[in-house]
Design a binder for this molecule. Structure first.
Ligand SMILES: Cc1cc2nc3c(=O)[nH]c(=O)nc-3n(C[C@H](O)[C@H](O)[C@H](O)COP(=O)(O)O)c2cc1C
Length: 408
């Protein structure tokens, strides 16, 4: 172990006594490796075995859906009852015998749901996504009724309870990136005039109620975390000042860990950054320093880390406790082990270009390209840097069409 990475390599203890063996965390990565019924496949389970052997302290799964009628993507894992519990148990055991632990991330897409694979798209308010020529892929959402909101809150807790029973060691509410929780928080997408919209206290009610229901179901000692936006990066959206307030509210409720990210489908700040920020690596670190002033809850920041040195000095500065990464884990599945033993200092991430300006400039195929690499790793292969981005178009179109014929 390298002495110069003493912060990165040191264990971290949560207030409930959970020990994370080092500070490197795989942030959630939607693997789209569920089967048509939403169960985890052997490919998905293998992928987590490979990552668990790669030296991370904590692996957070890709988003698991709380409702089979509301999918973010075809082949999401869905947990709404105990149908798949035996397969979930096998997945939860994928890190057995290693120093890694696995937590799950749970989600509902709200309006960020592809129309073709969902019969009904719901959101806090009927505000459609604006994605230029791609807008038509997403149906105009129907505003949720009060009883549907209460049902959804119950679903988050039910899903978390089943995942705990399956043996996962912690859970994360997906409160970022413009999905349902984030839609409730944002005044751009939540224009309700009842107790679920309007003031920040009202917009935060949905996530606070989810947290409280989960805590009751999971018990005082089970780690519950949230991934939350530092901001939406859109005019009239969820601001940094509001985000700091919500972090304070969740901390006072007793949440165990807060992961900071940012952006939505309309403004994907979680994946890209200005050149100046890229050089400093962690995209959201300035915000995290502000958050640190209002909470003692463990903080993690994700987005942009590429070198062991940046991870180490960001931890040493004290604003965060854990370092999150996603794309580095996909192209370098063993990077934590290799950074900690000094054989790797930096990861280099280059997604091949299509030559089509509209696609390349917006990184439209990037997510799908990484998802194809996840499948390769789960199949026991190595990531393939030369994989054509055009493969992604074919594979994505195929799975959307398959699912559209079998939607719930
Ligand atoms: C293929 C892929 C899938 C992702 N899926 C999720 C997800 O399910 N939930 C989530 O919160 N973030 C998801 N993200 C975002 C990452 O967790 C992370 O916030 C983002 O990639 C920035 O971190 P990085 O620069 O280390 O990649 C995904 C990213 C990629 C590349």
């Amino acid at each position: 172990m390298q002495q110069k990475l003493k912060h990165l390599s040191s264990p971290f203890t949560l207030k409930n006594g959970t020990v994370i063996s080092n500070r490197i965390v795989k942030s959630a990565t939607s693997e789209i490796l569920g089967n048509m019924k939403g169960a985890p496949t052997p490919t998905l389970i293998n992928l987590y075995r490979r990552w668990a052997e790669g030296g991370a302290g904590l692996l957070i799964t890709g988003n698991i859906m709380v409702d089979s009628k509301a999918l973010g993507e075809p082949n999401n894992v869905v947990v709404e009852d105990k149908t798949h519990v035996e397969l979930l148990k096998t997945w939860a055991q994928a890190a057995a015998g290693t120093d890694a632990q696995i937590w799950t991330q749970i989600n509902h897409p709200g309006r960020q749901a592809i129309g073709l694979i969902n019969r009904k798209v719901v959101a806090p308010s009927s505000v459609p996504l604006k994605l230029g020529p791609m807008s038509s892929m997403f149906a105009k959402p129907k505003a949720l009724e009060e009883d549907e909101i209460l049902d959804l809150i119950e679903r988050y807790a039910t899903t978390a309870g089943i995942l705990k029973e399956a043996g996962f060691l912690g859970v994360q509410i997906h409160g970022a990136h413009g999905y349902l929780v984030s839609q409730f928080l944002s005044p751009r997408t939540n224009i309700r005039t009842d107790k679920w919209g309007g003031s920040l206290n009202n917009r935060a009610r949905f996530v606070l109620e989810i947290y409280r229901k989960m805590r009751t179901k999971l018990g005082a000692d089970y780690p519950i975390s949230i991934k939350i936006n530092s901001a939406d990066f859109q005019r009239g959206g969820f601001t940094e000042e509001e985000s700091v307030q919500v972090i304070k509210m969740l901390s006072e409720e007793g949440i165990d860990m807060i992961e900071i990210s940012g952006g939505t489908y309309e403004a994907p700040a979680m994946m890209f950054s200005k050149q100046s920020t890229r050089e400093r690596e962690a995209y959201f670190i300035d915000y995290t320093e502000k958050a640190r002033k209002v909470t003692e809850t463990p903080l993690m920041v994700t987005g942009g880390f590429r070198t062991a040195a940046a991870m180490e000095y960001t931890l040493a500065e004290g604003a965060i406790d854990l370092v999150g990464a996603a794309r580095p884990f996909i192209l370098y599945p063993n990077f934590p082990k290799e950074m900690l033993n000094g054989t790797l200092e930096k990861v280099t991430l280059e997604v091949p270009k299509t030559g089509i300006k509209f696609i390349d400039e917006r990184g439209l195929l990037e997510l799908g390209w990484y998802e194809q690499q996840l499948r390769r790793i789960g199949e026991g292969k190595d990531p393939k840097l030369s994989l054509s981005p055009f493969n992604v178009l074919t594979a994505t179109t195929r799975s959307i069409i398959q699912k559209s014929f079998r939607k719930n």
